[in-house]
Write a protein that binds this ligand. Structure first.
Ligand code: NAD
Length: 478
């Protein structure tokens, strides 16, 4: 199987593709082979200054475009994403590794979310206060200003697109730094927005040394809003930097989703869905189910059945049509899997399936099932971000709720029970930004997406998402 060519990535500033041209380079690797696909140009401080100046200037014109017109441009961008699905999906599979069918799904999901944000542009309502018959008392929404956004490598098209589309819908301009490991999907998404007709200066895509770029952008008085998706460690650092300048922030910082399964469910159905959602993107999704608490009367059966599902998965290069699960995205995840699994087995967990790398090239990890994992194991406390099912039996409802809420994380959670009163209680009692009750589908364009506790603050999507990019002004006029 010969891989399709990977196009040379670039910086995108003022609609221009900026190449190496004397700049430092960073290798972009194919996680299925470990081979270098391309050298990514590293942005210099003067590249960033140019992007900042352009974003500041374009904000004046783009924020003045009527919201309904902004929405039309964004809808065109979503259409272009659908037309270019093969090219965008191929880029994602080559640099991030997920199977091509999943990459296509990511692109079509991305287009749906851009559509939603396009429609939200015209719904950024204010209100009229009935306080006086003379004059006017108005509450109006205004775009916050130029935005700096930072996104990770696990959803290389979707995560940048949601931030860009929401910022543009609100009337903001945007400078985005996607992950250096997966640049091409984000660039292709950005080209869709530009080709749809946004002002060239309204969107820039930069790459380089993450800490230099975030410090430079956050310190600029032109940038008024920061939006980050990634680890709690980096999010905390960016929140500190932003707080020094009292800048608005949205922080989506990952999770460790408890998944509570009672004994009154259709277990075969739950197992099939759990395997599908858990091994999607090799487990590297922030709302993936991660801690499976299974009622003791069905625990062993759950372990047996999900282990069969894990064993039967075809792991391979994402460009191969037979592949059901691709590689991990980078060598850091391989090291993390090894450390977390070793620690769990040393602490008494039962390794049922998998547990080690597979193949002699690339970053392939076997779909893994660890059963009876003690709460003290690192994998019960750190976001695993890999293809590992971790189980622990429970008996008592209050106890499993307490264990579900034990961690600082609070992004997604899942609960399965055939008893509607119990299902209602679980949905309310589990501390998370999103709870799937009798479903693993915890996100949709129409719904707010975000965490509580250490999983961050601020929301993306839903009717709430656009608010993050708007300020609220009161005008009292006599
Ligand atoms: P990381 O936190 O170092 O990097 C995540 C992203 O943040 C990368 O794209 C990186 O370019 C960016 N980044 C890093 N330092 C930055 C800085 N100073 N300024 C701006 N951006 C910066 O971690 P990683 O090794 O890629 O992943 C480690 C863990 O992070 C994972 O195990 C997982 O728990 C979590 N993670 C969460 C998500 C999510 O969707 N919430 C995505 C990726 C990783």
């Amino acid at each position: 199987m010969s891989a399709p060519a990977y196009e040379q990535p670039y910086l995108l500033i003022n609609g221009e593709r900026v190449g190496r041209d004397g700049r430092d380079g960073l290798p972009v690797r194919n996680p299925s082979t470990g081979e270098v696909l391309a050298e990514l140009p590293v942005a210099t401080p003067s590249d960033l200054d140019r992007a900042i100046e352009l974003a500041g200037g374009a904000f004046r014109t783009w924020s003045a475009v009527p919201p309904v017109e902004r929405g039309k441009v964004l809808k065109r961008a979503a259409e272009l994403m659908r037309e270019r699905i093969e090219s965008i999906a191929t880029a994602i599979t080559l640099d991030e590794g997920k199977p091509l069918f999943e990459a296509r799904w990511e692109v079509s999901w991305t287009a749906d979310v851009v559509d939603w944000q396009a429609e939200e542009a015209r719904r950024s309502y204010g209100r009229v206060l009935p306080v006086s018959t003379k004059g006017r008392a108005l509450v109006v929404k205004e775009p916050v200003g130029p935005v700096a956004a930072f996104t990770p490598w696990n959803l290389p098209a979707f995560l940048p697109a949601r931030k860009i589309a929401t910022a543009l819908a609100a009337g903001c301009t945007c400078i985005i730094k996607p992950a250096e490991e997966t640049p091409l999907g984000a660039l292709k998404i950005a080209e869709c927005f530009l080709d749809a007709g946004i002002p060239r200066a309204a969107l820039a895509v930069v790459f380089g040394e993450p800490s230099m770029i975030s410090t430079h952008l956050i310190n600029s008085p032109v940038i008024r809003k920061i939006s980050f998706t990634g680890s709690t460690r980096v999010g905390t650092h960016l929140a500190e930097l932003s707080a020094r300048h009292v800048k608005r922030m949205t922080m989506e910082l990952g999770g460790h989703a408890p998944t509570v399964i009672f004994d009154d469910v259709d277990l075969d159905k739950v197992v099939a869905e759990a395997a599908a959602y858990k091994f999607m993107n090799a487990g590297q999704i922030c709302i993936a189910p991660t801690r499976f608490y299974v009622h003791e009367s069905v625990h062993d059966k759950f372990v047996k059945n999900i282990s069969e599902a894990a064993r039967s998965l075809v792991v391979g290069d994402g460009m191969d049509s037979a592949t059901q699960m691709g590689p991990l995205a980078n060598s850091r995840r391989m090291d993390a899997m090894e450390r977390l699994i070793d620690d769990a087995t040393r602490q008494g967990a039962d390794l049922i399936v998998g547990g080690s790398r597979t193949g002699n090239h690339g970053y392939f990890w076997q779909p893994t099932v660890l059963a009876n994992v003690p709460e003290s194991a690192a994998i019960m406390n750190e976001e695993p971000f890999g293809p590992v099912i971790v189980t622990s039996p429970f008996v008592d409802e209050d106890d499993v709720i307490a264990r579900s809420n034990r961690l600082g994380y609070g992004l997604a959670a899942f609960a399965f029970s055939g008893a509607s009163d119990r299902a209602n209680r679980l949905g309310s009692a589990i501390e998370a930004g999103m709870v799937g009750v009798n479903t693993f589908a915890a996100t949709m364009p129409e719904a707010p997406f975000g965490g509580v506790k250490d999983s961050g603050y601020g929301l993306e999507g839903g009717t709430e998402g656009i608010d993050a990019y708007l300020t609220t002004k009161f005008i009292h006029q006599l």
